[in-house]
Every structure is written in C-alpha cells, then in structure tokens.
Ligand binder design. Structure first.
Ligand SMILES: *Cc1c(COP(=O)(O)O)cnc(C)c1O
Length: 500
C-alpha cells in the first residue's frame, strides 16, 4: 500500500464533495438590495452545499475520474448486442461544423436549407439500404424508434376500423421489444426459441390469430444468427392482417447484403449509434430513425421531410394521404448524429459499408472458430453473424460462473462481453468484436480467452473468484447498488469501504 493509495497511474480519487470545500472558492457578489421574495414558502432555507473547487482542481478531478473509465479508445470492447466500434474522428469534425452545430431548432426554416438537405440525403441512404418506402428520423434511440414503429402500426390498424390487442415476441428478444408492446397496452405473446436458436415460421403460424397486431423480430437475432425463415414469417403475418416489426439494432451485420424491405418488413428502427458510429454507452446520445413500408409510410409522426424536400412540422399542414399518428419529439431529433451517420456512410461509400458488415461477420466467426475447442459455442453448427454466443457449459464443475469469468477479463485489460443475455442459454457470453478490430487485436483477445478457459479447466479458481485484482475497485455489491442506490452525499464513509 502506498501513502496516497495510488499504484502508479491507478488513481484513487475521492468524491467531489471530499475534494471541494464550500468556504474557500467562489465569486464575491455584493449582497442584493432588499427585495420581496416571490417564492412563497418555497425558498431554500439551508445552504446549497455545492462543493467549491478552483478550475485546476475541477479539471484534475474529472480527468482523474476519466482515467478510471474503460473506453473504446483504450481497448477492445466486445459487448454483444451493443456494437461498440471505433468512431472515426472525421465524423466528429463534421458534426462540429458551426453550420450544423450552432443552429437553433426555432430558427426560421429558410435559414437552414443545408441541414434539411443533409436530413434528406440521410433519408435517401437509409431507405435505399433497407429497401423501404419512408423513414421517420425523429426518434432519439432504438427504443423510441420501436415505439414510433409500433404506434404507426397501431394507427394503420385503427384506420382499417379494427382493434387488435396482441403482439408476438420471440423469447430471445431484446427487453425493449416486449416493453414497447406492453407500454402501448398490448398483450405480449411469447414465441419459444427453437433448440437451434432460430425462430420458426411454424411456431409463428401457431401463435397467430385475428387479435395479433404485429410480430417484433430481431434479425439477425440476439443469438447472433440470421433467421432464414424471416420472409416466410412475414408472409404468414401479412396473411393474418398483422404487421412485421423488425428490430434493426443488428443491421450492421447485413448492410449491403440484405434489404429488410425484401424480407417483408413493415417497420424497423436503425440504431445510428450502433450501425453508423457515434460514441455511445452510458446513456447516450442515440438516434433511432424508423424506416417504414409503403403501407405504414402515411402514419409517420410529425415533423417529417417529404421526398421533395419540403418540411411538414404540424399535423394541420398535412396533405391528403398523410395521416401522422402524432408527434414524438419537440423538434427533428439528433442533428449531430445525423451528421455523423452521413459522414460515416459517405466516407465508406456503398461498397465500404458492405465490406464493414462482411468484416464484422468475419471477425465474429474467427473468434468462434478459434475458441470453440476450449469454450462452449451455443450454436456451433451455424455461422455466426456479427456476434458469437457462448454459454457456461465449459465452466461446468469448476465452480466458476460467467460473472467470475467476466471479472477475470477485466484483469486481462478487456471490457467484459455481454453477460447473461440472451436468456435462452445458460450463463450467456455474447461477444461482438466489430469490423474495427485488427487481426492482431483479435488474436490477443483470443489468446487471453484461451488462457482463461484453460485456467478454469485446470482449477485455478482463485484467479476468477478474486478478480478483478488490477482495477481501482474489486467486486462491488451490484445488487445493493441497484436496489439501494446512494444518490446523495451525506458525508462520512471512507471511499474504499463504501465501494468494496
Ligand atoms: C440496443 C438495442 C435496442 C435498444 O436501442 P437503444 O438505442 O439502446 O434504445 C433494441 N434492440 C436491440 C436488439 C438492441 O441491441
């Protein structure tokens, strides 16, 4: 133990309240002249107790904290279902151009033709890649895109004079799918995953009746497999008068290879922050444009851009045949992300986007092939798409869990993969390398995973149970942190004790 608690650059940093003092820094303002408060009884009676820090103290506090954070710019981030890929700096440069970065949403439309043209161009790329008729740009995350797509479906069914109350959701679905359906008041009818990991058209047909409004299907699915019966599923869904919602979070595996429109998809959100780059994680930013088929296009929410470039901001301004289900956001969505996504698309070109998908799939299959003799691949007989799913079968009898394995990865310098999701296999470990890792980086990851898998087999339990040993904090009580979060500073507890 060192005097400061530091180990070289592994920094121990107190809370900002412990660094700052509220009596030493600040601005001297003159006492205001006597005035009558208009706050009624609501004026604060106690000091606000914000910590006072000088500028260098503030800078140091946040820079020191940032050095405890793992990031895609520090190393491989193999989270499955999240697509943590390199974000080209060119995109950042474009997004900071003052003509895009400094415009105000209430500026007169006549002063922002460039921004509208960019949104139009982005829309053309998205509808061309997906083979769909229209796109609603405004949703601010994948989950809100799901909501927008499902609201368009509900509006289309209502326009036929029908009400339907059930949505089909495969068991392997991302949690946002059943949550979206439930938030809109639908009953969720689960569809069992086949032992092969696929969703079968037969199972969908069996679950269909005339109360079903839609199916929500992720393709490629969260087992990392391409559901090859998607077109057959679409046909069965349409025959029953329902709609096909596709969760497009995994679109980065099929860009330039398959168009969802050709599979019979009616609505699909695209996570621009996953497929077309943008730094994300930790809650944002996100953008989840939803592409719509010919049948759903009329129900897209306001505001929207017509194909001819004119802007429709209010339902009252709609032409005949435009029947927006309403409005999701005050303005047009995440402009900075539109710029990043279009910069990513244009700098790759159509062929480059296709190659990015191919390389992402190749990288995942390389990991699968390199580790399948020491770790258990859940669906070994099928090619993986952009991510490969392992389960905990290879840890059986060792006393080591998926969680222990993930903690040991932290000691090896990697962010853990996605754990315990999807729920359809035991102790899931979902690995997505993305196209942006070099062969050398993949080889290092594979070698580290092999070493860990062998250590587990050879009974080196301590390496896992005591991990992470080389992190500023060891094992946290994650359950208590989630159930009883301490969100206000009340003074007292030493930092190390509170965290460990
Ligand atoms: C990430 C993800 C979502 C949700 O997207 P957000 O942008 O995080 O709201 C939905 N479905 C799948 C399969 C995802 O991976």
């Amino acid at each position: 133990m060192t005097f400061t608690g530091n180990q070289g650059l592994r920094i121990q940093e107190p809370l900002i309240f412990e660094v700052g003092r509220n009596d030493t820094t600040g601005v001297d303002l003159e006492e205001p002249a006597a005035f009558a408060s208009r706050l009624g009884g609501l004026a604060r009676k106690t000091p606000i107790d914000l910590p006072g820090l000088s500028e260098p103290e503030t800078m140091r506090h946040y820079v020191r904290l940032s050095r405890q954070n793992y990031a895609i710019d520090l190393g491989m981030y193999p989270l499955g279902s999240c697509t943590m890929k390199h974000n080209p700096r060119l995109n950042e440069k474009m997004a900071r151009l003052p003509g895009f970065a400094d415009i105000h949403p209430l500026q007169p439309v006549s002063t922002v033709p460039g921004a509208l043209e960019l949104m139009g161009e982005l829309s053309r790329w998205l509808t061309t890649m997906t083979g769909m008729a229209a796109v609603a740009l405004s949703p601010k995350a994948g989950a809100q895109g799901e909501l927008a797509g499902m609201m368009a479906i509900r509006a289309a069914i209502a326009a036929r004079g029908e009400t339907r109350g059930t949505v089909l959701v495969p068991e392997s679905a991302h949690g946002t799918n059943p949550a979206t359906a439930a938030a809109l008041g639908y009953k969720v009818r689960p569809i069992k995953a086949e032992p092969s990991g696929f969703v079968s058209a037969a199972a969908v047909r069996e679950a269909l009746d005339d109360d079903v409004a839609a199916i929500m299907l992720t393709n490629p699915n969260t087992c990392g497999l391409f559901d090859s019966e998607a077109a057959e599923i679409a046909a069965a869904i349409h025959e029953a008068g329902a709609y096909f919602y596709a969760d497009g979070a995994n679109f980065n595996a099929i860009v330039g290879k398959t168009r969802p429109g050709d599979l019979g998809v009616d609505a699909m959100h695209i996570n621009l922050h996953k497929t077309f780059s943008t730094p994300h994680g930790g809650g944002g930013p996100g953008a989840g444009p939803v592409v719509l088929s010919e049948r759903l296009a009329p129900y897209a929410p306001v505001p929207f851009l017509r194909a001819d470039g004119t802007l429709v901001e209010r339902a009252e301004d709609c032409a005949e045949g435009e029947m927006p289900f309403g409005r999701l956001t005050a303005f047009h969505g995440q402009m900075g992300m539109y710029v990043r996504a279009l910069a990513y698309m244009m700098s790759h070109g159509a062929d480059g986007l296709r190659q990015a998908s191919e390389d992402a799939v190749l990288a995942a299959n390389y990991i699968k092939a390199s580790l399948q003799d020491v770790m258990s691949v859940s669906f070994p007989d099928h090619h993986a798409m952009h991510e490969v799913l392992f389960d905990d079968t290879f840890l059986k009898g060792t006393g080591i869990t998926t969680l222990d394995f993930a903690k040991a990865m932290i000691d090896e310098g990697f962010h853990p993969m996605t754990m315990y999701f999807p729920l359809v296999v035991s102790g899931a470990m979902l690995v997505e390398p993305t196209e942006s890792e070099s062969l050398a980086s993949l080889d290092l990851f594979i070698a580290a995973m092999r070493d860990l898998a062998m250590a587990a087999r050879d009974g080196d339990t301590a390496r896992f149970k005591e991990a992470p040993r080389y992190a500023p904090r060891r094992r946290l009580d994650e359950t208590r942190a989630a159930r009883k979060p301490v969100l206000t500073y009340e003074g007292g507890a030493p930092v190390a004790e509170a965290a460990e």
